[in-house]
Each structure stands twice: as structure tokens, then as C-alpha cells.
Write a new protein. Structure first.
Length: 242
């Protein structure tokens, strides 16, 4: 098997005497979509923020592309990107201006073609000249996804990428992710509370509960291991134990 593009080893994050993430280890393989599942407060976002270098782990190590995040931060972060509903972008710029800012920050070549391409893929034509402040939440989600795709990352981190999208657009985003995975070998780590989406999208799933990694495998393996009918029932069982 090829080397993983990302490896987290014994990752722990404490806030004061509260342990949000408790010694979890996992790997992301090249071209893999890895779903991170868990009830509210399980430690998903904290984990993602450590992987993005936004917060420092209390202990444990993170490596990507064979490099340690602590010592090769810039080289790694150039090759990854993320999208989250909670991220903010300059509000007074238009959608297209915001994408230009990102392109310039990353020093991308051939910017207008790349922007036109992503605007088309994410069906953003109708609001590409709209001021960001005036976007609906679904439009904002698409802008943050466009920002993430624009830099052509090797790893994409997505925190609830389809949460505020209508079913039609959510379906198209899922298709786009699968397409990018197939054609470019993109690796994706993402969180979602939509169990059907998790089952459909993820090659593998890791399940967090109270900061611990309690299950890992394909959706079918996890369902079978917990003796439940589907992933939703596994989720309910573990969430109610929390
Ligand atoms: N800066 C912080 N200071 C103190 N506690 C924090 C901080 N950030 C997160 N936590 C706590 O860590 C735990 C894990 O939070 P986290 O946001 O990672 O959960 P999550 O799995 O992403 O949940 P959700 O599904 O609600 O987004 C929660 O109990 C949260 O209150």
C-alpha cells in the first residue's frame, strides 16, 4: 500500500483540565475520502483544527506527505485547504473578488480560467458578482468550497460541507468531490451529521465519542461490528451512551 498522505499519532488536545481529543491515531490514504463521525462535542472540529495547524496539539504528532506539521508547516499548508461553514471571508468584497484574493495569496497561475472553472462547477454564476455580505448561507457555503477547490489541494478538509445546502446542490457537491477524487487523486477528510451522505461518500469512517476514537472501518464494517441496522442506528447508540 502507498504511504498515507496524512498520519495522526496519539493526538491529544486538552483545554484546562478538559480533554477534547484523547490520544487518537489514524491515517488518510492517497485518494481516500475519510469521514469523521461523532455526536456534538465529540472532538471532530478540534481534531480538524489541529490538522490545519490552527491549534497546537497538547501531545501527539501530525505528519502530511511524510513531513512533520510542526517543522514543515508552510510546505504542508500550501498543499492542503479547508472549507467550513464557520469561516469568515471579507464581507465587502464580491464572491469573485474574494476568490481573486485567495488566488493571489497562494500565487496561483492562470487565475481567471481557474475561477471561471470553479464558478461553473459549483453553479455560482448567478451570484459571482454579489457582495459576500449579501449571500445566503448556501451560497456562502459554496464560496468557501470554491475557495478550497481553487488552490487545487492534495488534501481537502471539509467541516460539514453540505450542511446548509439544498438537496440538489448538496448532491452536485458530492458528485464533484467524487469526481475530483477519481480524476485528481484528491484525498478528503470531512465531517457530516448526515448519515446517508457518510455511507455514500466515505471510503472509511472514524467514529469519535467524547474525544476517543471508538470505531474505524467502512460503513458496512462499523454497522456490522455494532450489530445495528445502519450507520444512523450506530450513531444513536453511541450518542446516547455519551
Ligand atoms: N477553545 C476551547 N476551550 C474549551 N473547550 C473547548 C474549546 N474548543 C472546544 N472545546 C470543547 O471541546 C469539546 C469538543 O469540541 P468540538 O468542537 O471539537 O466538537 P465537535 O465534535 O466538532 O462537535 P459539533 O458536532 O458540535 O461541531 C467540546 O466539549 C467543546 O466544548
Amino acid at each position: 500500500m502507498a504511504s498515507p498522505v496524512l498520519e495522526a499519532r496519539s493526538l491529544t488536545k486538552t483545554f484546562g483540565d478538559f480533554t477534547a481529543v484523547n490520544g487518537i491515531s489514524f491515517a488518510l490514504q492517497p485518494g481516500e475520502i475519510l469521514g469523521v463521525l461523532g455526536p456534538n462535542g465529540a472532538g471532530k472540529t478540534t481534531t480538524m483544527h489541529m490538522l490545519l495547524g490552527l491549534i497546537t496539539p497538547t501531545s501527539g504528532t501530525i505528519s502530511m506527505f511524510g513531513m512533520d506539521l510542526e517543522t514543515h508547516r508552510e510546505a504542508i499548508l500550501q498543499q492542503v485547504n479547508f472549507s467550513s461553514t464557520y469561516m469568515s471571508m471579507p464581507q465587502s468584497l464580491t464572491v469573485e473578488e474574494n476568490l481573486w484574493v485567495v488566488a493571489r495569496l497562494y500565487g496561483l497561475p492562470d487565475v481567471q480560467r481557474k475561477i471561471d472553472d470553479i464558478v461553473k462547477k459549483l453553479e455560482m454564476g448567478e451570484f459571482r458578482h454579489k457582495v459576500t455580505r449579501k449571500l445566503s448561507s448556501g451560497q456562502m457555503t459554496r464560496l468557501t468550497l470554491a475557495k478550497a477547490f481553487l488552490t487545487e489541494p492534495k488534501i481537502l478538509f471539509l467541516d460539514e460541507p453540505t450542511a446548509s445546502l439544498d438537496p440538489d446542490i448538496a448532491h452536485k457537491i458530492r458528485a464533484l468531490l467524487k469526481d475530483e477524487q477519481r480524476t485528481t487523486g484528491l484525498s478528503v477528510l470531512y465531517t457530516s451529521h448526515n448519515m446517508r451522505e457518510m455511507e455514500e461518500m466515505s471510503d472509511r469512517i472514524i467514529f469519535l465519542q467524547k474525544g476517543n476514537l471508538v470505531a474505524e472501518g467502512t460503513a458496512a464494517q462499523i454497522v456490522s461490528r455494532f450489530g445495528q441496522a445502519d450507520l444512523e442506528d450506530v450513531f444513536l447508540k453511541l450518542a446516547r451512551e455519551s
